[in-house]
Design a protein. Structure first.
Length: 495
């Protein structure tokens, strides 16, 4: 039988990753294109959506060239993408405003007004999730109130991956997992929430049709096929949000499994086989990329971004991430009393408060930038631990953590998670889990794999190297986390 290959594209906040794999899950080529969000004002974060498109075109052409495979043997491609971010199009499907990203905080007044007018308990009933600045709903409300001329021209609003797929296929759609992140989906029923749309006076016509993550939603347009060096009419599969795609790429498809991702932000992810949301809305409940499954997601907004801030803004960019982590590893656990709260852009789990701000606590003349590096990395993992304990309180049970993202590139990140979470931590053997997961979804959608479970069973391999918790250090961190919480914000949710 002729070999078949699959392409997965992950549209991140600070870069795009593309992989080409074979049907055994072997990575044949990978490419990366870096870019950065625009920060035109304090609290704002935007991107030109065509930056993603051009990065995708360039990366796809590179993986085909690097792999040396016959382009006609490629069976399909699919997407993973940054969640929440909103792309605004007119009736001719032209971009009419920079995309407002997930870490944008400009819509905080609109979110506060929404929570006051509707109430968090009603939101819990309708969508099972809190509404935060940077969510599509929040950004829509901001545009409606602050830029009426743009609002009058608005005909379509899309998520990041769905914009790129539109340009490749001419088709508008989104999947249930990514739609969960808009704050406009009835996550339990897998439909746009009519009650909420009526309450905020937003037309459902602005929103894309809903599809499954493994559904073929279009085929490459002839001109795009030529630009990409791919076959015309190549099937393009809907794809998933980046967290759901990385879960597929890491094999996190059954209850009892937990993934931890440390990238620009940080996320914990565990599947649940029946819908259960947190009544206090301290955690996200989203649709998984698998049919009839959901997941809990805990998020910290500035995980790796906190280390980037320390490197670039405090230390002047003089050190690499590797050097920072090496130095942090040389400092004793606890950073000699220095604590860091990574709330540089507000915080999600469990506080759901865009107005929180980061801090160092316990600074003394003895502390150096090396202590600060250790405290930043510890503070990020402490913040993730808040989400882990909340999931346990809601009834989740785990026996290990599967780590992904930039946080897998230094052993200190892995050991910190093992010690703080009191769980073994391992990685997958495949890099770029979100792009890899998107490629697997492409395989399911084109019949290369029977279903997602079969794709993961065949292609996902966990590393045999495990970072185990050290009992004495775990006990130390248990007390340290208590101190960290006592010096942090007292409220667990914004009102």
């Amino acid at each position: 039988m002729k070999p078949r290959y699959l392409i997965g594209i992950d549209i991140g906040t600070s870069g795009l990753k593309c992989v080409l794999i074979d049907e055994a899950g072997q990575l044949r080529a990978a490419a990366y294109r870096a870019y950065a969000p625009d920060l035109p004002r304090p609290g704002w974060a935007e991107q030109d959506p065509d930056v993603w498109l051009h990065a995708a075109i360039s990366a796809v052409r590179e993986v085909i060239k690097l792999s040396g495979v016959d382009r006609n043997s490629i069976a399909g491609l699919s997407f993973s993408g940054q969640m929440h971010s909103a792309v605004f199009l007119d009736r001719d499907r032209r971009v009419i405003h920079p995309a407002i990203l997930w870490l944008d905080a400009r819509s905080a007044p609109q979110v506060a007004a929404l929570n006051h007018a509707i109430g968090r308990s009603q939101l819990a009933d309708w969508i099972g999730n809190p509404v935060m600045p940077g969510f599509m709903l929040s950004s829509l409300l901001w545009v409606k109130e602050e830029e009426p001329a743009t609002w009058d021209r608005l005909a379509h609003v899309l998520l990041a991956k769905d914009y790129v797929r539109l340009r490749l296929t001419g088709e508008i759609a989104t999947d249930f997992s990514d739609a969960s992140s808009t704050a406009l989906l009835d996550v339990q029923q897998h439909t746009w929430c009519d009650e909420l749309l009526r309450a905020v006076d937003i037309s459902i016509d602005l929103l894309p049709p809903l599809r499954s993550s493994t559904e073929v939603v279009g085929h490459l347009l002839p001109r795009m096929a030529e630009v990409l060096n791919l076959p015309a009419r190549l099937p393009v599969i809907c794809g998933a949000g980046d967290q759901e795609a990385q879960a597929i790429g890491n094999g996190i498809i059954r209850s009892g499994l937990l993934s931890s991702t440390i990238g620009t932000g940080g996320q914990l992810f565990t599947p649940i086989d029946r819908y259960r949301s947190d009544p206090q809305l301290r955690i996200h409940t989203f649709c998984h990329a698998l049919a009839d499954m959901w997941h809990w997601q805990a998020a910290t907004l500035t995980a790796g971004a906190s280390l980037r801030w320390l490197r670039d803004e405090v230390l002047g960019g003089r050190y690499s991430y590797q050097e920072l982590a090496d130095v942090a590893a040389s400092v004793e656990p606890g950073a000699e009393g220095l604590l860091f709260h990574p709330y540089l852009a507000g915080e999600r789990t469990p506080h759901m408060d865009p107005n929180l701000r980061g801090s160092f606590t316990g600074l003394s003349l003895r502390h150096t930038w090396q202590h600060m590096a250790r405290a930043v990395m510890e503070g990020v993992v402490f913040s993730l631990c808040d989400g882990l304990e909340l999931m346990r309180d809601l009834g989740a049970e785990f026996d290990q953590v599967i780590a992904s993202g930039g946080g897998t590139k230094h052993p200190l990140w892995l050991q910190l998670q093992a010690d703080v979470f009191a769980l073994p931590v391992r990685t997958t053997q495949t890099p770029e889990a979100a792009a890899f997961g998107a490629a697997l979804l492409a395989g399911v959608g084109t019949g290369v794999f029977e279903d997602v479970t079969a794709a993961c069973d065949r292609c996902v391999k966990w590393s045999e190297e495990v970072s185990y918790p050290r009992a004495e250090i775990t006990a130390f961190y248990r007390e340290r986390v208590k101190q960290w919480r006592e010096t942090g914000p007292s409220d667990n949710a914004n009102g």
